[in-house]
Design a protein around this ligand. Structure first.
Ligand code: NAD
Ligand code: MG
Length: 332
C-alpha cells in the first residue's frame, strides 16, 4: 500500500465535471465554512444547508453564500457534502434521503457513518470522501493564500462511472490538490483516524503527559516544574518532529537527552503498551468502539460527560491555568 499510493495534484483533476453540478454543503462549522467558501471562490455553484434555527445562518449569508434548509439544499444539489458533526449525520441523512437520488453524490470528510453502516445510501448514489488533513480554518486560510491543504480521497461507491473525477474536482476546488491528495478507502481512513486519535494523538499523549506529571509530583517535585517538563515542553519537541521527523528532534536535543530517551523511551512505552494498542485497534476494526460510541450518544452521553469533567478537574489543568496567566508565550 505504501509504495504505490497514488497522490493527485491540480493537473490530475478536471474541474469541468462540477461545471453543471450544484454542491450543497450541509453544516457551516469547522469544515463546512471552509469547503463552502473555497468551492464558491473556485466558481462552483454552492448552496449551504442549515436548519432554520441555526446560529450559523447569519455567518454563511454574510459570507455571501446562498442558504437553504438541509433538505432544500440537498434537493437542489447534485453533490451533497455532509459536514455536520459525525454523531448527527444519520439524523440529517434521514431528513434528506428521499431527495438524494440516483446519480447524485454523497460526499463526506470522514468515513465513520458509511464504514460502520450508520448511513446506507441507495445503490444509484455515488459515495465519496474528500478529507482535508487539517481543521477548517486552515483549509480556508491556505486557500486564500494560494496554498493548499493536504487531503485524502476515497470512493466507496461509483454509481455514475465518474465518482472519482467528481471527488477529485471537489478536492481541487477546496484547494487540496495544490498540496497533494492521497488515495485511500473509507475503511482505511476511518480505522486509522480512530486508532490515531485514541492511541497516540489525543488519548495516548494526554495519558503520557498526566502519568509523567503525576510521577514527578508524587515524588516531591513541584507542580510547576512538572507542568513545564511534561506538558509545556512537549510543543518544542513536537514542532521539531513535525518539521523533520524524529531524526530532526534527536539531532536538536542534547546528547544526554538523546541517549536517555533512546534507552528509556521503549521501557515506558513497552510491550505492554503495544499489546494495549493492538486491543484498541481491534476494537476499532471489529466495530466495538463504534457501537459503544453510538449507544453512548443514544443514552445522552453519561460516561462521556463524567470523563470530560474528571479530565478538566485534573491537577495539571489548575497548575497550567495559573502558569499560563503568569507567563506570556506561544502567542501566534
Ligand atoms: P463542526 O462541529 O465544526 O460543525 C458542524 C456544523 O454542523 C455546525 O456548525 C452547524 O452548522 C451544523 N450542525 C450542528 N448540529 C447540527 C444538527 N443537529 N443538525 C444540523 N446541523 C447541525 O463539525 P466539523 O468538525 O466541521 O466536522 C464535519 C465533518 O468533517 C465530520 O465528518 C468530521 O469528522 C470531518 N472532519 C473534521 C475535521 C476538523 O478538523 N474539524 C477534519 C477533517 C474532517
Ligand atoms: Mg483525524
Amino acid at each position: 500500500m505504501t509504495d504505490n499510493t497514488d497522490i493527485y495534484y491540480d493537473d490530475d483533476a478536471d474541474s469541468t465535471v462540477l461545471d453543471d453540478r450544484t454542491v450543497a454543503v450541509l453544516g457551516y462549522g469547522s469544515q463546512g465554512h471552509a469547503h463552502a467558501q473555497n468551492l464558491d471562490d473556485s466558481g462552483v455553484d454552492v448552496v449551504v444547508g442549515l436548519r432554520e434555527t441555526s446560529s450559523s445562518r447569519e455567518a454563511a449569508e454574510s459570507d455571501g453564500l446562498d442558504v437553504a434548509t438541509p433538505r432544500n439544499a440537498a434537493e437542489q444539489a447534485d453533490v451533497v457534502s455532509v459536514l455536520v458533526p459525525d454523531t448527527v449525520q444519520p439524523d440529517v441523512y434521514d431528513e434528506i434521503r428521499d431527495v438524494v437520488t440516483e446519480g447524485d453524490t454523497l460526499q463526506f470528510a470522514h468515513g465513520f457513518n458509511i464504514h460502520y453502516g450508520q448511513i446506507d445510501p441507495e445503490d444509484g448514489i455515488n459515495v465519496t470522501m474528500v478529507a482535508p488533513k487539517s481543521p477548517g480554518h486552515l483549509v480556508r486560510r491556505n486557500y486564500e493564500h494560494n496554498e493548499g491543504t493536504p487531503g485524502l480521497l476515497a470512493v466507496y461507491r461509483d454509481a455514475t462511472g465518474d465518482a472519482h473525477d467528481i471527488g477529485l474536482a471537489y478536492a481541487k476546488a477546496i484547494g487540496c490538490t495544490r498540496a497533494g491528495v492521497i488515495e485511500t478507502s473509507f475503511q482505511e481512513e476511518t480505522e486509522s483516524d480512530l486508532f490515531g486519535e485514541q492511541a497516540v494523538l489525543c488519548g495516548g499523549v494526554t495519558s503520557l503527559v498526566k502519568t509523567g506529571y503525576e510521577t514527578l509530583v508524587d515524588n516531591g517535585y513541584s507542580r510547576e516544574m512538572a507542568y513545564f517538563e511534561c506538558l509545556n515542553e512537549l510543543k518544542l519537541i513536537v514542532d521539531l518532529m513535525y518539521e523533520g521527523g524524529n531524526s530532526e528532534m534527536w539531532d536538536s536535543v542534547s546528547d544526554t537527552a538523546e541517549y536517555g530517551g533512546l534507552t528509556r523511551g521503549d521501557r515506558v512505552v513497552d510491550d505492554h503498551a503495544r499489546e494495549r494498542m493492538e486491543e484498541v485497534l481491534e476494537e476499532v476494526q471489529d466495530g466495538t468502539f463504534a457501537r459503544e460510541w453510538i449507544s453512548e450518544n443514544q443514552a445522552g452521553r453519561p460516561s462521556y460527560k463524567q470523563l470530560r469533567a474528571a479530565e478538566k478537574n485534573h491537577d495539571i489543568e489548575d497548575v497550567g491555568e495559573d502558569l499560563r496567566a503568569l507567563f506570556s508565550w506561544g502567542e501566534e
